[in-house]
Design a protein around this ligand. Structure first.
Ligand SMILES: Cc1ncc(COP(=O)(O)O)c(C=O)c1O
Length: 398
């Protein structure tokens, strides 16, 4: 299918090569197509469907919320139980300094809110971000993202953004005391699952403290259990000043959040008053599913998840086509010899009934981010098509 069929239907489409699958239903690991085919979703909808599609506890919470009320009032005016529940459950899993949640509608919006908060607190303008960074597609988020080709047509973006090499101790000198915040994906996603050293993150924290620069961790993709702990920063023992979340936070519904300490968040309430506002942020329906997803996170079997991740990693590494596997939890990049092999594997995967996917900025690797709670029976269904897809990657179609 090409993009024209979407445009003819009056729906904007920004990929020229959409997969174009016609989804009828989705349950657990499976997307069920209109023609009856089942495709196993090994990327969890690029993150949000981390508990599988339509988890019964999430659906139950949604039905109950829909029966109570939908939208009632813009963010922050009313008490709404699902908002309170989601914020309480989220902060219960976080360190005491991250005790106050501002709910927004998406990951990029969480980044925008965090950037505004950092400017408000420090009274500084600039930012430091990392090479390889991806923070979203709104103007602020794009400004602190790295891929020049994706940014150039939309220049000028925000001024005073410096880039430092990810996971490089000397690069930390870019944080010079003039910037409001350093914004960093705790584990980089679009750069092809880049896992930093603990030493670098510790030094980053220290450099931010020395220079009065806030440290923002973007865990829009790496958070909410994806890396094998509730939040990726827990692997490294480094706590940010502001944490950005999205994707899996909503259990399949759109919601994002930035989280910080209460007295900072209060500063968004004065000079000017309503210093950050949103109509739909913290909508009661996504908050209800976020609360249900947070309950799943709080009682997740991390050991079983790590066993599954390790097994998947060994399976991938054993294949002669695979050049490298970078994995933390169930967040995985599989590096192949070249871009053409990646496309062959993804295409064959679809024919075999599994969904793998490209990265935006890492053409020689494909991503895997399966649901966190797969059963033995699910995994048993995954191995044969995954093997066939990798085998097909070895043979050029030309
Ligand atoms: C690390 C990271 N930050 C921010 C975003 C932006 O989130 P959204 O697409 O919900 O705006 C993404 C999306 O992929 C992401 O991976």
């Amino acid at each position: 299918m090409n993009a024209e069929s979407f445009l003819d239907g009056h729906l904007a489409q920004t990929t020229l090569y959409p997969l174009g699958l016609r989804v009828a239903r989705a349950e657990g690991l499976d997307l069920i197509l209109e023609d009856g085919r089942r495709i196993m979703d090994l990327i969890s909808g690029i993150g949000p469907s981390a508990w599988g599609h339509g988890h019964p506890e999430i659906l139950q919470a949604l039905h109950a919320q829909i029966d109570r009320h939908l939208h009632t009032m813009v963010y922050g005016e009313f008490h709404q139980r699902s908002q309170d529940d989601a914020a309480r459950l989220l902060t219960a899993l976080l360190p005491p300094s991250l005790d106050t949640v501002y709910f927004v509608n998406s990951g990029a919006e969480a980044i925008e809110g965090a950037m505004k908060l950092a400017k408000r607190i420090t009274r500084r303008g600039g930012f430091v971000a990392c090479t390889g960074a991806y923070h979203g597609n709104t103007h602020g988020a794009l400004s602190v993202s790295y891929n020049a080709e994706r940014k150039a047509p939309f220049a000028p973006l925000l001024p005073n953004v410096a880039f430092m090499p990810f996971n490089d101790l000397e690069g930390l000198a870019a944080i010079d005391g003039s910037q409001a915040a350093a914004i960093v994906e705790t584990v980089q996603g679009d750069a092809g699952i880049r896992i930093p050293s603990r030493a670098w993150l510790e030094a980053l924290r220290q450099r931010c403290d020395e220079t009065g620069t806030l440290l923002i961790f973007d865990e829009v993709q790496a958070g909410m259990g994806r890396t094998g702990k509730p939040f990726a920063f827990e692997h490294f023992g480094v706590v940010p000043d502001v944490l950005c979340l999205g994707k899996a936070l909503g259990g399949g519904l759109p919601i994002g959040a930035f989280v910080a300490q209460r007295d900072w968040m209060r500063q968004l309430a004065h000079t000017p008053s309503l210093g950050h506002i949103t109509t739909f942020g913290g909508h009661p329906v996504p908050c209800a599913s976020a609360a249900a997803a947070l309950r799943l996170l709080a009682r997740h079997d991390w050991e079983a998840m790590e066993r599954a991740g390790a097994r998947l990693e060994s399976f991938l590494r054993a294949h002669p086509l695979v050049v490298e596997v970078r994995r933390i939890g169930l967040y995985i990049a599989v590096e192949l010899p070249d871009e053409a092999a990646v496309t062959r594997v993804i295409q064959r995967g679809l024919e075999e009934g599994i969904l793998l996917f490209w990265f935006l900025s890492t053409p020689q690797a494909f991503r895997m981010a399966p649901p966190l709670n797969l059963t033995e029976a699910d995994w048993a269904r995954i191995w044969p098509p995954l093997q066939a897809a990798l085998d097909a990657g070895q043979t050029s179609s030309h």
